[in-house]
Design a protein around this ligand. Structure first.
Ligand code: SF4
Length: 393
């Protein structure tokens, strides 16, 4: 029998702790109750129990690089600070040799993943995307290419005059191993049209991921919270993700994204608070009982809060990233990269065993006691090179 956490003994949420302890699924009404509660300690205790039951004492990170091929976009989502039009002076698009060069440099730093997204470019042909995947894969067969949001896939299908399924088959053949989770925003139609008019519907987002999963692909998914949505909208969003996961089991992780308020058209002046982010992560862990991994996205949260989130249901800190644009153009004040040493320190302080993972959240290296005592300083091998290079970046 699970030892009852001190914080839940007299909490109004105790019945939900008992449900989770018994391995029962919580309902949407339960999730809303959790969102409406002010008892963050009890909520954290329930999420921590769910996390412990699901993944034990490990917490992961990935050594990756972000790469944006272009910020030109035919849409103008109200919350987006990243997109530019061709007339804008700070618009950019990378040639395939430029992308290869950035990837080559990052490989020297020990990355295992390239995370590639861009705007909906008005004129680049379908062959550009296939060719850059092939060129990047040719650099190192072990490099995992996690690319494209669902709306990019719909755009590429339209551009290439192919079905979504055929588009995904051709991208997979060229080297794509995972879709990114971006673009889910909030699924409810009214909220979607208030923040991302013209973007794909919830059904289209889910259908792209469903099609990808049925082809054997894996992906992550997200929720952008803290803007004009209600707490019930968040629960509805999680409900739709849990339902698709029940159907396909293709999501490897869930990444809640705190809204960044600067330089966009939505009338929200402050980003989500620490309280709101911790409860959202905790409820995601408790409600999404069919997801193995919940990521605390340090770019949006800051590494300090992401570290605390490891005690509120999260079991992953995301990656080193190296060059982040989308959140920083929206006002994020976090650094643009983290070193592996910073990730290790954050995870160890939280009492977890650090694990370097791959794109599918599978372990590459477990930093257990034996590995820790074999460390040279705080890093080793390629990771040491990463620390050295990032120190001068
Ligand atoms: S969120 Fe994506 S689709 Fe929307 S404007 Fe920005 S880059 Fe374009």
């Amino acid at each position: 029998m699970t030892k009852m956490n001190f914080f839940v003994q007299r909490s109004e949420l105790r019945d939900l702790y008992d449900k989770v302890a018994a391995g029962e699924r919580i309902s949407e009404a339960d999730a809303l109750r959790l969102f409406e509660s002010k008892d963050l300690n009890a909520l954290g205790a329930i999420a921590d129990l769910a996390r412990q039951k699901k993944v034990g004492n490990r917490a992961s990170y990935i050594i990756n690089r972000y790469l944006n091929y272009s910020n030109y976009c035919i849409l103008s989502c109200q919350f987006c600070s990243f997109a530019r039009k061709k007339r804008d002076a700070d618009g950019f698009e990378l040639s395939i040799p430029q992308m290869v060069e950035k990837a080559r440099e990052a490989l020297k730093l020990g990355i295992t993943e390239l995370h590639i997204v861009g705007g909906l470019h008005p004129s680049l042909p379908f062959s550009y995307y296939v060719d850059f995947l092939k060129a990047l894969k040719a650099l190192d067969a072990r490099l995992q290419l996690k690319c494209f949001t669902a709306i990019e896939i719909l755009h590429l299908a339209w551009l290439g005059k192919r079905s979504v399924e055929q588009t995904l088959i051709e991208l997979k053949d060229a080297g794509l191993v995972s879709l990114t989770g971006g673009g889910a925003e909030i699924f409810r139609k009214e909220v979607r049209s208030a923040i991302a008019k013209g973007k794909e519907s919830a059904e289209e987002y889910l259908d792209v991921h469903r099609t990808w999963h049925k082809l054997g692909g894996r992906s992550t998914c997200t929720m952008l919270y803290g803007h004009v949505e209600t707490l019930a909208d968040r629960v509805d969003h999680l409900r739709q993700l849990r339902a698709l996961q029940d159907e396909t089991h293709g999501f490897v992780g869930f990444v809640p994204l705190p809204y960044q308020p600067e330089d966009n058209d939505i009338p929200v002046t402050t980003p989500p608070t620490g309280f709101d982010s911790l409860r959202t992560l905790a409820i995601s862990r408790i409600y999404l009982d069919n997801f193995d991994h919940i990521t605390a996205y340090w770019v949006g949260l800051g590494l300090k809060l992401a570290q605390v989130a490891l005690s509120y249901g999260a079991d992953d800190l995301h990656g080193t990233i190296i060059e982040e644009h989308i959140f920083h153009m929206a006002g994020a004040t976090s650094p643009q990269l983290q070193t592996e040493a910073q990730m290790l320190k954050a995870i160890r302080e939280a009492g977890r065993t650090p694990v370097q993972r791959n794109t599918f959240y599978e372990p590459i290296k477990v930093w257990d006691d034996a590995a820790a005592s074999a460390e040279d300083g705080s890093t080793s091998g390629k990771s040491k090179m990463l620390e050295d290079n990032l120190a001068t970046a």
